[in-house]
Design a protein around this ligand. Structure first.
Ligand SMILES: *Cc1c(COP(=O)(O)O)cnc(C)c1O
Length: 363
């Protein structure tokens, strides 16, 4: 079946037909060796998306959305009796602070306004003042605004202070650069259905393997404890039912990523698309919400044009076959967001810009 609509929301994404067809493969029991083999293959491919990670990190597969992987990471790795420092400048950082709180773990939060960068001066000060902090927690690409956070700088601070970094890479994994050693990265969480172009239903945490032997689990949860998954997934099995059909699709999507040239090629493709979107809208007087140098290649936020509401814009574009995304919270009435992940090509963007052009002629 052809997909008529192009999804410009930050996941789930427009699938390629091969990935969609993969979900039609035969039904499989997740306790049979055929599934175990599929899971082991997905794990191996995931660990190699960033070649630097292949040797020391292990991908642990979970059935659930990106939030499931983020919460499993925080549940399992943030110590019950240490202290975590959560850095926030948007919805997803704030959600992680809420998770650590919900799990009853001690934390401090360094908060910035959503339009601002992470407050790294404050992070450094807190780390100097409080040596009981063992983990810094942050969002790589804050999808709230489309800001690619300066994790390179944050990671350097973590490395220097010998504090572990845990990252939400849900909307960056597979496209933006991630450095594992230089950032002192203990783990990062991500999902099948954003920059990796799979279907929704599977997420994963990439964890430094040596941890499982050197530290007990800190999880106060059964389903979200990564340790039993780690153990059983050595053989490709999982403690609970896995999303079998979504796994077929994910496997296919990872093969497609490799064929196109891997993460670096995907970064370049996204860069081309996002530049095209920004330049096209700029010509119509629609400006980016952030400074251009702060934007990821994955998603861009734009100021809503003066004489259009988000609902009008959304409905107009939806009729033309494009689904855009609203701002969250306080940005609901002032911005709209366009993600360019998924099976999207330059000619799709040209059609999109053409629609914006039609709209500007009407008003
Ligand atoms: C999409 C997203 C999530 C959560 O993903 P769900 O799949 O909706 O659970 C978490 N963090 C970031 C940065 C995201 O973009």
């Amino acid at each position: 079946m052809m997909n008529q609509t192009i999804l410009l929301n930050p996941g789930p994404v427009t699938l390629t037909s091969l990935v969609r067809q993969a979900m039609q493969r035969e039904d499989l029991c997740h306790r049979e060796p055929e599934f175990a083999e599929l899971a082991l293959d997905i794990k191996a491919r995931l660990a190699q998306v960033y070649p630097e990670a292949a040797k020391e990190y292990e991908a642990i597969l979970l059935t659930g959305s990106g939030t499931c992987a983020v919460e499993a990471m925080l549940s399992t790795l943030v110590p019950q009796f240490g202290k975590a420092l959560v850095v926030t400048n948007g919805v997803y950082g704030e959600r992680m602070a809420a998770m650590v709180t919900a799990h009853g773990k001690p934390l401090e939060v360094v908060t910035s306004q959503w339009h601002e960068p992470m407050n790294l001066i404050e992070v450094e000060n807190r780390l100097i003042e409080d040596t009981s902090i063992t983990h810094v927690i942050a969002v790589h690409h804050e999808t709230t605004t489309g800001r690619l956070n300066d994790v390179a700088k944050l990671g350097q601070i973590c490395k220097r202070k010998n504090v572990a970094l845990l990252l939400d890479c849900v909307s960056s994994f597979g496209a933006e650069a991630i450095e594992f050693d230089a950032w002192n990265l203990e783990a990062c969480a991500a999902t099948a259905n954003k920059c990796l172009h799979g279907a929704p239903g599977i997420s994963f945490v990439l964890v430094k393997r040596s941890l499982f032997d050197s530290r007990p689990s800190a999880a106060a949860s059964v389903y979200l404890d990564l340790y039993p998954y780690y153990k059983e997934q050595q053989q490709g099995y999982s403690p609970f039912t896995q999303a079998v059909h979504v796994s077929y699709a994910f496997h296919e999507a990872l093969i497609e990523l490799e064929k196109m040239g891997g993460q670096i090629a995907r970064y370049r493709h996204y860069h081309t698309l996002s530049q095209k979107i920004k330049q096209g809208l700029k010509q119509l007087g629609i400006e980016t919400f952030l400074d251009e140098q702060d934007c990821s290649v994955v998603l861009t936020s734009f100021n809503l044009p003066a004489n259009t509401t988000y609902e009008q814009l959304h409905q107009f574009l939806k009729k033309k076959g494009f689904v855009i995304y609203a701002g969250q919270g306080g940005l609901k009435r002032s911005i709209f967001r366009i993600a360019n992940m998924g099976n999207i090509q330059s000619d799709d963007i040209e059609r999109l810009l053409n629609c914006f052009h039609q709209l500007s002629q009407r008003s």
